[in-house]
Design a protein around this ligand. Sequence first.
Ligand SMILES: [Zn+2]
Length: 362
Amino acid sequence: MHRVRFQILILALLVTSFPGLSALKAEPNRNVPAPVAARRPVVPLPQQKPKLSAAQVAAIKKQQKQHKKTEPLAKILFGAKKVAAALPPRAVGWYSKGCLAGGEHLSDNGDAWQTMRPSRNRAWGHPKLIALVKRLAHDAQTKDHWPGLLIGDIAQPRGGPMLTGHASHQVGLDADIWLTPMPNRVLSYRERDNISAVSMLDNTGVAVDPKVFTPEHVALIKRAASYPEVERIFVHPAIKKALCNAAGTDRAWLGKVRPLWGHHYHFHVRIGCPNGGCRHQPPVTGEDGCGKEVDEWLKRVAKVKPEPPPEPGGKPMVPSAKRMVTMEQLPTECRAVLNAPAVRLVKEDQPKPKPEQTTAKK
Ligand SMILES: [Zn+2]
């Protein structure tokens, strides 16, 4: 029994990105029933980090020790910051190698949204992105029959690399939005940290389940793509294909919607660089990407079978070089962002790291 559980943990590790030190105190992975009618079995979120084996912990500690001889890893430094830098808002660097000055915290509850995973404290973003998320939430609710948004990770208070998950989301210009509609009640903090999102895929893994992925989902993603500030939206290739099929004659927006691994329970909205300090993405070509591009992606996705779990006590995961970034490798300005005094928060903007007790029976 123990062994089976261990193997599941290792498998989960393999399909997630580098597990950082915060995974040492992994989030509990309880199966709390989803607040909305779960029409399909819930899938565990890739962000939910399982516990690491002793060998893995040792490997990470060893790598950290080696790096400490020169400089701590940037993800350790940025991951430790609880609030934003008191500087004018500025996205610095590149989406997957940068930081954020003057970050704004998205309030936990809005009339048209609720933030998820509050204990991670990743609901910070460039004020332009925060404004856009709120606008999308309102527009989706009032114009697209969408009950409201569940907001996933945006960025850390000062952006930067993260201990777990996400290569991007470093400059406060990326936001993950769940494809699960907001329930018509306020979720407790415990629920927000534990509820699983619903996958849009059918059993083949290369197509959406039409009972789950609805015209309202299409309208929501199209709405997000309609804003000029939004330069990219990342979705699973099967979702892109479904959007291609549903789009009809109005297809210009599809060019911004790009297929990517994962992203079958949430979509990822990325806005353009709003200031001088960050790098711009190449503009979209104007093609809808519904031909060869999406089909190639589907072939790639279909080939990937879940890897068999390694034997207990097997080779610990080696974090990739991409995940071992030091401050020297980030834009110079990120040092100032890291070392700046903390912004003073008004009460409602305070992140609430401690989950509230819920009366719901576990
Ligand atoms: Zn994402």
